[in-house]
Ligand binder design. Structure first.
Ligand code: FES
Length: 223
């Protein structure tokens, strides 16, 4: 075990644990979208979990940084918050904001992050960048709306690592990047067990049930 401090709170943690999970386990929220606790490594692609660590000159990502004896972590430092707020504003500038009609609004992690960071969803700092991509409703069970997708990769990870199917992945680059079946085919072309675990881990309502039911989060999906 190691002892560390996060936001002034003294904490004991297992050696090798990442700051993100230690903080969340101890009731200290750090925004995160792409990390999955059961994964050995985080994709570290969302860039929303920056924190400051005493002795380090630059903020570090909490999902990749391992706890150390005597570490002092600040989740609210100005440098880290500036990075996180800018990253989040960029992300929501291209996110289709239709919260009133979104079936995932009660579990939406973007709303939670916006409240935490005190960032307005309709920011004036950046112009809106609608992606205008076609919605994939080929699955009999769920819909994939790439215009709400934050490209966190959680759905791809659970399909591959938790279920051992792995028939969906990212297609295209940059602004046109989407989740699709192999060969940029509609999701219905993928081998799919219809378990809908991908819907349950989507943080932003990009995957939602056709019958309008709200997705059920697993206890293991910490946010
Ligand atoms: S949760 Fe750390 S970079 Fe996404």
């Amino acid at each position: 075990m190691v002892s560390l401090t996060i936001d002034g709170k003294k904490i004991k943690a297992k050696e090798g644990d990442k700051i993100l999970w230690v903080a969340l386990d101890n009731g200290i929220y750090i925004p995160n979208l792409c990390a999955i606790q059961e994964a050995l490594e985080s994709a570290a692609s969302c860039r929303l979990c920056f924190v400051e660590v005493e002795g380090k000159d630059k903020p570090v990502t909490a999902c990749t940084e391992t706890v150390e004896e005597g570490m002092v972590v600040n989740t609210r430092g100005a440098k880290a918050l500036r990075l996180v707020r800018t990253g989040f504003e960029l992300l929501i500038a291209s996110h289709s904001l239709d919260c009133a009609h979104c079936v995932s609004r009660d579990s939406c992690e973007l709303l939670k992050i916006a409240v935490h960071l005190k960032v307005k969803l309709k920011t004036k700092r950046l112009r809106e960048l609608p992606r205008g991509l076609p919605v994939d409703s080929s699955s009999p069970v769920f819909v994939y709306d790439p215009n709400k997708c934050v490209l966190c990769g959680r759905c791809i990870w659970v399909c591959r690592e938790r279920l051992g199917i792995g028939d969906i992945g990212f297609a295209h680059r940059g602004f046109r990047r989407v989740v699709a079946a192999f060969g940029d085919e509609p999701i219905a072309k993928a081998k799919c067990s219809k378990c809908a675990e991908c819907v349950a881990v989507c943080p932003a309502g990009a995957l939602y049930f056709k019958d309008g039911k709200a997705p059920k989060r697993k206890a293991s999906q910490k946010t």
